[in-house]
Design a protein. Sequence first.
Lengths: 327, 327, 399, 399
Amino acid sequence: MPTKLLIEAVRETMHQLMAKDDRIILMGEDVGKLGGVLRTTDGLWKDFGDKRVIDTPLAESSIVGAAIGASFNGLLPIVEIQFSDFIMPAFNEIVSEAARIRYRSNNDWNCPIVIRAPYGGGIHGALYHSQSPEAFFAHVPGLKVVATASPKDLKGLLRTAVYDPDPVMVFEHKKAYRLIKEDVPDEEYDIPLGKAEVKREGDSLSIITYGIMTYHALTAAEKLAADDINVEVLDLRTLRPLDTEAIYATVQKTGKVLIVHEDNLTGGIGGEIAALVAQHCFSYLDGPVVRLCGPDVPAMGFNHVFEGEFLISPERIEAAVRKLAAY
Amino acid sequence: MPTKLLIEAVRETMHQLMAKDDRIILMGEDVGKLGGVLRTTDGLWKDFGDKRVIDTPLAESSIVGAAIGASFNGLLPIVEIQFSDFIMPAFNEIVSEAARIRYRSNNDWNCPIVIRAPYGGGIHGALYHSQSPEAFFAHVPGLKVVATASPKDLKGLLRTAVYDPDPVMVFEHKKAYRLIKEDVPDEEYDIPLGKAEVKREGDSLSIITYGIMTYHALTAAEKLAADDINVEVLDLRTLRPLDTEAIYATVQKTGKVLIVHEDNLTGGIGGEIAALVAQHCFSYLDGPVVRLCGPDVPAMGFNHVFEGEFLISPERIEAAVRKLAAY
Amino acid sequence: MASTKEKEAADSAAQGVQVSAEIHPIAGEEAARADAASSENGYDAEHHAIANTKPKVHYTDLGLTPDDLHKMYYFMLLARSLDERMWLLNRQGKIAFVISCQGQEGAQVGLAYALQPGKDFACPYYRDLGIMVTLGQTPRDVMLSVFGRAENTDSGGRQMPGHFGIRKLNVPTGSSPIATQNVHAAGIALAFKLRGIDGVAITSIGEGGTSQGDWHEAMNFAATMDLPMIMMVENNRYAISEPQEKQMKIRNVADRAVAYGCPGVIVDGNDILDVYRASIEAVRRARAGEGPTLIEAKVNRFTPHSSDDDDKRYRDPNEVKMARAQQDPVTLFRDLMMSEGVLTEEKEQEIRDGIKRQVDDATEYALTAADPKPEDLYTYVYADHTEATVESQYESLGE
Amino acid sequence: MASTKEKEAADSAAQGVQVSAEIHPIAGEEAARADAASSENGYDAEHHAIANTKPKVHYTDLGLTPDDLHKMYYFMLLARSLDERMWLLNRQGKIAFVISCQGQEGAQVGLAYALQPGKDFACPYYRDLGIMVTLGQTPRDVMLSVFGRAENTDSGGRQMPGHFGIRKLNVPTGSSPIATQNVHAAGIALAFKLRGIDGVAITSIGEGGTSQGDWHEAMNFAATMDLPMIMMVENNRYAISEPQEKQMKIRNVADRAVAYGCPGVIVDGNDILDVYRASIEAVRRARAGEGPTLIEAKVNRFTPHSSDDDDKRYRDPNEVKMARAQQDPVTLFRDLMMSEGVLTEEKEQEIRDGIKRQVDDATEYALTAADPKPEDLYTYVYADHTEATVESQYESLGE
Ligand SMILES: Cc1ncc(C[n+]2csc(CCOP(=O)(O)OP(=O)(O)O)c2C)c(N)n1
Ligand SMILES: Cc1ncc(C[n+]2csc(CCOP(=O)(O)OP(=O)(O)O)c2C)c(N)n1
Ligand SMILES: [Mg+2]
Ligand SMILES: [Mg+2]
């Protein structure tokens, strides 16, 4: 099986899907000739042309809103938000509109759009090119939310998302684009939304996480294994709907849980997971539910010192695991 | 001490503040001659005129954005969003701008604005005049978030908010405007942001809540007292910063906690509170941390059947308490 | 730096500066007249003067038959009559909320009548009952919506009245946040273009709504890509309590078309034929791939903003009284047809009787129709896992 | 309904329809010329033709002295030189990111020079280094920003370069999301008006940014309330890779002023005096309470969008080469001054030497200046409870 970078998986998946189904269009800023500022859409414009790879005006609300309209009229639009930080002007169209189409019309209409957005830090993007806004959307009934750094998972999840009859947000970790390489089958496949995956089995303690933190957790787990701390790493992959079954299963197995995400601590999706665990696995718990998250500051700063201090490293995960394991 | 409705407290507080300090202006849709569609600003235009009570164009992003700018140039703007559901077009200005002004400028600039918004259901407002969007903002470092249904608390909190040097969101429960009446001192006073209040002492179980649910919890508590279930009701009043001290204190006292809010369950502020409790009060807990929240549907529908089914009544709180008390 | 020199320099500077005319080049003359005559509050005799200066067009020149005219009249009157019945029901305490089309039916029916149902799309706003009945929403369905009944097609009682949406009529579900539907229309038009179908997406909004960023983005998106969209602005001079002057400095919303490079057309919304004339030209442009058209219809709002509003707080009652007397699109069209000999007293009575029967029937039907069931709250959040939602919610509610 | 009749009716209908001119009334003639000459890609000789048709103004007619001209030249050249040094440092791997003012300094300095520092406010965008140095940002501070050093006034290393904000210069802190600063400027202008101060708020943006809803809302807010705001659009014909044609159907952004009822002015951004002429008139209007002005400066982007961009993917290198050769605002201004006898070779060398010393000094200084400390991450989220934040975060990070 060929190994691919996350960014290669993104491009290849869109290319495969678009080649087979001309209802699929791609809309966004600089997605055409330039191939995206991060090159996520490189090659698509050449093969599918102006009509299906659409350089839009610089106005996110209309990009999402027009995608919603296009989905009403027979198309399956994929929207690229250039950086997830710039999704905010489209918040109304996503939250008030896309998310509520099916419900408010009593199942008469639906909104099969996909919104892709590169998220996360580590590329010196400072306050406005490093954010992790996924929790805002995971709070919204009517939306489905994917967040991943895995090339293999992205490929299957993106395909499922495009054919999901409801709006799906896909957050791709931008630092992972050129960092994470995995075996990715050439042929198409689906990975269901709402299914987490155990990326590493263990019985001492569970790390529940997603995105690039999965890989940092795996790195930490390798080191901890040397000291007989066997960490199970659950990669959520989808943040809404949450795979509560998988969450409860791992907690019931290990009795201890560390939740890790890059997004700010307070009000992040980690709180929701901790709450679910505290309510539904109370009697299985052998220790407090601990969160290791991005600090409650607006985002990491430009200077590398800020980035280093903000980001959660394998070492920080390791330290947190040791503390909890010793509880 | 005179008793006042919530809406009277809102008006009176703004009036008192504006009369004393001409840096304070009020901006919003229909806040002038009409006195607000819900009459929250009735009388202000008459006394303070066009210049300080400003009917703006129908464009929330510019209302908030202009308030930010006005705060840079010596004013203390209070923005009224007509219904909190319509705050979404201003999401970018609030989250990307107001919240990050101090941080991104390294303390060179600050943004002393207040954004008031009527929230919550129970007035047949259907999907778009009933929402509880407070959790979105409680997730944002740099914002402070008040949510209340108490006339007495609102008066003190609003005054503090106006003089807070950072942006403060004030969510006023719209069903409470003409429902909740309390003793409210005539003279001005401050209530600090970030301080919860125990509205009823008890030792069997803690209800942690805010807004109109506080009053429903108190109603339920009265009934439960007859069966010797002594509920402590903690009204958070401010959702960011959370009064963790008060939260931990009540949990440590009773060992059982029911979190109640009208906002949707998943990703609501209740998850954050449950997570904090699960992490910091683990050894004090005598039962699972339970949440009783608005269901995960886009919002309550127009028909009274939908509203009745969505909303959390005193009876539902009572039932949930009995179940948890019996754990 | 420049502070001291500014004043001296300003004169000479001003000469060389290119300053845009503040007024739409074509509407300019009329606008000047209107500005002179407008009064800050109260009745604004000139609100329609701009549109009225055009030569009247004869219906036969528009390709319309007497039968078309009867239909157009029927749709206008049906919308009006349903609306009036709603107010009655509201005042009787039987329904919670009304938001009205009254005064704007000429604009609505005139535009919708230019469409090809089943092919074209419409993204209307809350006042557009006239568009809805023209496209085929039945009186029963309309009444079911104001009672919030389960059987209603718009939303099954989930949304407030005026939140239209019927898939089989190509009317996407609408919401409350102002101007979002305009952007959807641009996207629908984009899909028409990409799919090679010569369909049209119409959308509408009030003049106040054009202040929203989404309105600008919709116009710019459609104009930049030459999309088959028609944006109708129903300018009734009020956004709830705020007069047009608080929304914009300009008098004619149609001038905004200049910013997008597409035609901006002013029509007399009280004259359904004037609206129709502009609409078929806009439809022709759209189908021919010539891009969007902005149509501003000068209309009146004959009612308070909604049944929750008290317009005496900000509006002279005389204003409405005079507008109703002189500028009622329904009356004006009837009078025109009478004078043209297209309508007789008998024919009119026949139409009125038919409508009355329909409105009565619809009211009766809706009065006793079933409400949604509590468990309907939990359905249709997504296509799948509805079950899961129901269960988990009952659990979370402690039941 | 109307489908069959549409075609026949269209002709007669079209006659009566009021269709707006698609072109700005004053710029119309020039625009027509420009349209004819424009080429899809590559060098666009006519981009500036519109602005160039105006009679040249003499600096003395603008109230400017030779000393003013030297200062203006100094600011332009300082911005250019700092910018060039940044690219050098970037190519040496010493700094992570550059976003350039090059090609747009005439517009920037021409506008900023019309302001009264300490009183007026400026909400610039990321290219506006020319505005910043004119208002008083020091070369050292600029260099500190590109290295992200703790001492930088804009953000102390928190934000990327080009995110300006210095309280003592009345420059509010800027961010990345496009067009938000425009709305802030409207609010600043509102405060001036309410406080009875005759200050001005200037703000700027690229032509692509005018597609944003916030841009529309800012213009409409300021125009409706007659606020003292100046909106400068620096039209360099590209939004990253997207040519102007993908952002809008119109050729002149200044036409958009028609939508708001304020003047829209086109200036030749390569001619600092033309910019200054329009700016002082706009400033006069603002101070006199006459409302906002939209100024469109036709400029070129001499560099890729940023140091992360590869503009060969979408732009013919010749285009930049020719623009640099023929339309460099710095060179053109120098040549003008030379031909006017206002600048000598010696004086120019003196200015250049001074700037080189400053840029060298700033680079040296910034190279070795201190980085922020890790604990600085936690400060200034709020005015109060900073302590609490630091503690709780270290805890949450498991340390
Ligand atoms: C985003 C948003 N803000 C505010 C409102 C509340 N609101 C509903 S209608 C209305 C006025 C609309 O005026 P206009 O666009 O002129 O339409 P008209 O009602 O006059 O036909 C307002 C402010 C809303 N629905 N959505
Ligand atoms: C809301 C938002 N969307 C997207 C971006 C990414 N972005 C940064 S600059 C830019 C292009 C701006 O073009 P223009 O306004 O013409 O200014 P120029 O760079 O040409 O001076 C884009 C798309 C952003 N910063 N903010
Ligand atoms: Mg209106
Ligand atoms: Mg540009």
